[in-house]
Design a protein around this ligand. Structure first.
Ligand code: FAD
Length: 487
């Protein structure tokens, strides 16, 4: 059997390694257009900080390491075309134009994603700075070496990470976000407001509901002046501009040959099979099955890319193992604070048809400013856990999103988890464990005691979110219909 994998990042590498394990006699060939495999985009902030760790953790493997396992790695090779009828790929060296052909028995498309670019008017394309590859990071660092003000377009996870890097470098960041709240694809507005307040305190200038419609770049030699105009007519000027407006699936090789879904991602089933026999798709170029979301969704997450790559390998010779659902689990660091989330936000749960509510709690440390706060989304009545976002000092919340991701995958309820055994964290005002506190919050809400001093068995001031916030989320769910979870 000859297995051809196109794309040498997380999904493609995971697939190649597992295929080697599963099929010791197969020819496994990995094509990658760049000159190295496995660059980890999450290391870009370290590069921008000039951290000595960057070189050590920019990649977790190499072509040589894969070759040592008997996988043929063809770096610097661009796959130009796929012919699913002839079961062939046509490729060319990145630095040449000699076309060549390879044949496959099984093809795995792992071509990932590319940064989306806003459709703003203006002649500014050569000034585009995006965040995806090592060479993007080099360009950003070059800008940072002289810039005093930088505009970041897009208030998702990566936009926020970029603004924090700018602050650390002494550069004034202006963050422009088209939706009304930051991280709108992940969080409900009250949770996003807390993140916004923290960033503003650090010095990030934030403008939401600011859709960029025009960009003017100073094209003079060495010129760096960028002016951005929003739909509302506001104007911002800076030394440079970084686009963080999400990612799009890179599916040009198989367009017209396999079924495409949300945002043009390749539709796959639970075994990572596409609509075309013997063609699999994994990682950022494919759709993801999100728990409790009916339509396959575009979720460009590394965590899913690894799992999908391996599952495709297991199923190359026939369906043997289904992929577990994704809950879109994600975590974001802000210095010694972390935000972690999994599952549905309230607005997303409502738009998926759940009669959902939020239980909120905040727990402070007795003798320091350590804390965590959690917003649990659950179905009323059944108490089915649908999602959670937690924010707090790193130690307190590490692992919460993973724990609840598993709970959601396994259809656990708030009551199932209430008396489960978790390690005891000493030092908080409320000494009970988080699942136990949240169950108590919900019980009190149902008894109509929410918000009253001393309400609840624990009497530690846990609260539910005000019903006005639920109404606001309900409005948002019915008005924006945006179900994406792209970064
Ligand atoms: C700054 C940043 C931070 C992130 N942080 C997180 C995080 O904290 N958590 C998380 O889960 N995700 C995170 N992500 C997303 C994560 O990086 C992606 O989900 C992941 O890289 C997807 O892996 P992939 O293998 O599917 O595709 P990609 O990483 O997009 O790689 C695709 C590969 O295919 C190659 N390729 C494409 N076309 C061809 C062709 N025609 N011929 C040959 N080779 C080709 C490309 O060169 C590339 O190497 C982050 C992304 C960025 C940019």
């Amino acid at each position: 059997m000859r297995v051809v994998i196109v794309g040498g990042s997380h999904a493609g590498i995971a697939c190649a390694l597992r295929a080697r394990e599963e099929y010791p006699d197969a020819d496994i060939v990995l094509y990658e257009k760049q000159d190295a495999i496995g660059f980890v985009a999450q290391s870009i902030p370290l590069y921008l900080q000039g951290s000595p760790s960057f070189d050590k953790i920019r990649s977790y493997t190499s072509a040589t390491a894969l070759e040592a396992k008997g996988i043929t790695v063809r770096t610097g090779m661009v796959v130009r075309r796929v012919d699913t009828d002839a079961k062939q790929i046509i490729f060319v060296p990145a630095a040449g134009d000699d076309l060549d052909i390879d044949s496959y028995d099984k093809l795995v498309i792992a071509t990932g994603s590319y940064p989306s670019i806003p459709l703003a008017a203006g002649d500014y394309r050569d000034k585009l700075l995006v965040v995806k590859t090592y060479s993007d990071a080099v360009r950003i660092k070059e800008l940072m070496s002289t810039a005093r003000t930088v505009i970041v377009i897009g208030g998702g996870a990566i936009g926020i990470e970029m603004t924090r890097g700018l602050i650390d470098a002494g550069i004034h960041p202006v963050l422009l976000q088209a939706p009304a709240a930051l991280l709108d694809r992940y969080l409900d507005d009250d949770a996003a407001a807390a993140i916004r307040a923290g960033l503003e305190q650090e010095g990030v200038e934030i403008h939401t509901s600011s859709l960029v419609t025009q960009i003017t770049a100073d094209t003079a030699e060495g010129g760096r002046n960028i002016t951005v105009v929003t739909q509302a007519g506001e104007t911002y000027t800076a030394d440079g501009i970084i686009y963080c407006t999400g990612f799009r699936p890179n599916t040009v090789l198989v367009g017209g040959q396999v079924e495409l879904g949300e945002m043009g991602a390749i539709v796959v089933d639970d075994y990572m099979r596409t609509s075309e026999p013997d063609v699999f798709a994994v990682g950022d170029c494919s759709t993801t099955t999100l728990k409790h979301v009916i339509v396959p969704t575009y979720v460009p997450h590394a965590s899913d890319a690894f799992r999908q790559g391996e599952i495709a390998a297991v199923n190359l010779m026939g369906p043997r193992r289904k992929l577990n659902s994704s809950q879109g689990t994600y975590s974001l660091n802000f210095g010694d604070h972390t935000l972690a989330m999994t599952g549905l936000s309230l607005k997303r749960a409502l738009s998926e048809g759940f009669d959902a509510a939020v239980a909120y709690t905040r727990n402070n440390y007795i003798d320091s400013d350590r804390f965590y706060e959690a917003r649990l989304v659950y179905e009323k009545g059944s108490h089915l856990i649908l999602g959670i976002s937690v924010r707090g000092t790193v130690y307190e919340i590490s692992g919460v999103a993973d724990l609840y991701s598993l709970a959601i995958e396994q259809d656990l309820t708030v009551d199932d988890m209430e008396y489960s055994d978790f390690f005891f964290k000493h030092g908080f005002h409320n000494p009970f464990g988080l699942p136990n506190i949240l169950a108590d919050v919900i019980r009190n809400e149902e008894r109509g005691q929410a918000g009253e001093p001393g309400a609840g068995r624990h009497s530690f001031g846990a609260q539910t979110v005000d019903s006005q916030d639920v109404a606001a989320a309900r409005d948002a769910a019915t008005s924006d219909g945006d179900k994406g979870t792209a970064l």
